[in-house]
Design a protein around this ligand. Structure first.
Ligand code: IPM
Ligand code: MG
Length: 411
């Protein structure tokens, strides 16, 4: 089967409309090209990394939604098919082969067109040594795929305004994007470690370090992203204290000359944390370093009501992107059919849009999620009085139905 497909691989001639769409692709990345099989369908190889906790539940649902949305593409123009390969990562990989990121997982991910990850981590591995922690596997994967640009949108959907912990008038209409640097800074800087100093006392230390090229490339992604949104970019740093931030601010400011249509501002991270809950609507696109982005994106997610709603895309210059919900593995509800699959389903939409340039199929999925919410379906994390409480599987089925109904509506 695979061999037959191989022989039918030929260069894709995209229709003009497709080229136009990819040109408008939201970030300055090269979208992945694909093979075309004998039935004239575009075919993409996707690596699935379900991981731990609720990861396998939500990934299996997102996989079905992806397949459905792709197959419906064939009704209007080119069909889109996926070939999935599931690989272990995190705690699941530790249990299977003793490391959190097996080499086979890295090569499968690198060889594919895009990677969809569930979540990693759990109580079972919490006490492991650092190199044997599930989180280490995730950081190694980001480094191996060189996915330096992490896009984390936080949008308050009208259907979920009341799920926000902020007052309706503060939360309503929030639509921001955190562009987080993902493969540098204190997460990866050296020297790092725990040692005993001259007084015999233990000290732990890390290094916040950014080279100019690392700042420039993430800033460019952020300027391009802001340009395609509302044209406002806020760069968040701690330039009143940290040298790495002083350089960050200097480089971002210098690049602004190339993007006269984008309004650039700067904010210290402590102030940004405060402004995000005081008046989140002032933000359009935020660009920041690895650790500030980690913290601020969790904060931004709560404005939207639930971290269970938010997807993310991690992109490199040219290789496959890594797409994952920003929530964790939620071991307390794993295997109980209580997880919210929407963040992973929306990550699959980001995979189509940012990773493969399949913007139409991506939109199908986004609309289907809104459709299921409009019908009142809610998982526990976003439940409010008067809505219908459903489990993870049922929410997935409702999204699938909603994908289908769009087709019937358009035929
Ligand atoms: C995230 C997570 C990770 C991070 C952890 C699990 C290593 O919090 O993706 O935001 O800190 O980047
Ligand atoms: Mg985080």
């Amino acid at each position: 089967m695979a061999a037959a497909l191989q022989t039918n691989i030929r260069p894709v001639k995209f229709p003009a409309t497709f080229r136009a769409l990819t040109k408008q692709s939201p970030a300055p990345f090269r979208v992945r090209c694909c093979a075309v099989n004998s039935a004239g369908k575009k075919r993409y190889n996707i690596t699935l990394l379900p991981g731990d906790g609720i990861g396998p539940e939500v990934v299996s649902i997102a996989k079905n939604v992806l397949e459905q949305a792709g197959s419906l593409e064939g009704l209007s123009h080119w069909g889109v098919e996926f070939s999935f390969r599931e690989m272990p990562v995190g705690g699941a990989a530790l249990d299977l082969v003793g490391v959190p990121l097996p080499e086979e997982t890295v090569s499968a991910a690198k060889d594919s067109d895009a990677v969809l990850l569930g979540a990693i981590g759990g109580y079972k591995w919490d006490k492991n040594e650092k190199h044997l922690k599930p989180e280490t596997g995730l950081l190694q994967l980001r480094a191996a795929l060189k996915v330096f640009a992490n896009l984390r949108p936080a949008t308050v959907l009208p259907q979920l305004v009341d799920a926000s912990t902020l007052k309706r008038e503060v939360a309503e209409g929030v639509d921001l994007m955190v562009v987080r640097e993902l493969t540098g800074g204190i997460y990866f800087g050296v020297p790092r470690g725990i040692k005993t100093n001259e007084n015999g006392e233990e000290v732990g230390f890390n290094t916040e370090v950014y080279a100019a090229h690392e700042i420039d490339r993430i800033a460019r992604v952020a300027f391009e992203t802001a340009r395609k949104r509302r044209g406002k970019l806020c760069s968040v740093d701690k330039a009143n204290v940290l040298e790495a931030s002083i350089l960050w601010r200097r480089r971002v400011t210098a690049l602004a000359a190339e993007y006269p249509d984008v309004e650039l501002s700067h904010m210290y991270v402590d102030n940004a944390a405060m402004q995000l809950v005081r008046d989140p609507k002032q933000f359009d696109t935020i660009v920041t370093n690895n650790i500030f982005g980690d913290i601020l994106s969790d904060e931004a997610s709560m404005i939207t009501g639930s971290i269970g709603m938010l997807p993310s895309a991690s992109l490199s210059d040219s290789g496959p992107g890594l797409f994952e919900p920003i929530h964790g593995s939620a071991p307390d509800i794993a295997g109980q059919d209580k997880a919210n699959p929407l963040a992973t389903i929306l990550s699959a939409a980001m995979l189509l849009k940012y990773g493969l340039g399949e913007e139409k199929a991506a939109k199908r999925i986004e609309d289907a999620v809104l459709g299921a919410l409009n019908k009142g379906f809610r998982t526990g994390d976003i439940y409010s009085n008067g809505t219908k409480l459903v489990g993870c599987k049922e929410m997935g089925e409702e999204v699938l139905k909603s994908v289908d109904s769009q087709v019937h509506a358009s035929v």
